[in-house]
Design a binder for this molecule. Structure first.
Ligand SMILES: CC(C)(COP(=O)(O)OP(=O)(O)OC[C@H]1O[C@@H](n2cnc3c(N)ncnc32)[C@H](O)[C@@H]1OP(=O)(O)O)[C@@H](O)C(=O)NCCC(=O)NCCS
Length: 130
């Protein structure tokens, strides 16, 4: 039986005018977490905000008992791939034509948060191209 917890919504405010500078949406079910979206307002990019928000999200996931975090990212999204790579996410698969407007593959990325014996191998081999 899975235990379902509330989604994780994280919002960063700009210190100058309290406008929304960025956000993260994620959720967890049992030992799996999924990052649904990370976005930073264009003027606030390149200052480490997304990295800080992602770190906080992964800490919250770990506190919930999540062992493995997953996400999908457009193959052409260099900035997001840089972000996720900087936080230890590795590419484990591809969902073909996952996105529309424009049609594009998604890369599936994974980060193991707490590795138990054999966990790394089991998670990697369990993913099938879908
Ligand atoms: C992707 C995005 C969230 C990054 O936000 P950001 O606040 O500029 O990112 P940060 O400044 O925190 O950078 C975090 C890491 O990502 C890397 N990164 C950020 N922008 C990058 C770029 N344009 N190219 C390559 N790497 C980049 C940085 O090198 C950094 O690594 P470091 O911590 O080792 O220095 C932002 O560009 C964005 O909102 N894009 C539009 C929405 C989007 O595509 N979201 C992802 C959906 S999957």
């Amino acid at each position: 039986m899975f235990q379902v917890r509330p989604a994780i919504f994280l919002v960063a405010e700009s210190p100058s005018d309290s406008s929304i500078a960025g956000y993260v949406v994620a959720f967890s079910v049992d030992e799996d977490g999924e990052i649904l979206n990370v976005a930073v307002e264009s003027r606030s990019r390149g200052k480490g905000l997304a990295g800080q928000m992602l770190d906080a999200t992964l800490i919250e996931m770990a506190a919930r008992g999540v062992r493995t975090a997953f996400l999908e990212v457009r193959e052409s999204n260099v900035a997001a791939r840089g972000l996720y790579g900087s936080r230890g996410f590795i590419e484990i698969g591809r969902r073909r034509a996952y996105y529309c407007r424009p049609v594009e593959d998604a890369l599936v990325m994974r980060r193991v948060l707490r590795v138990a014996d054999g966990e790394e191998e089991r998670s990697a081999s369990g993913f099938a191209d879908r």
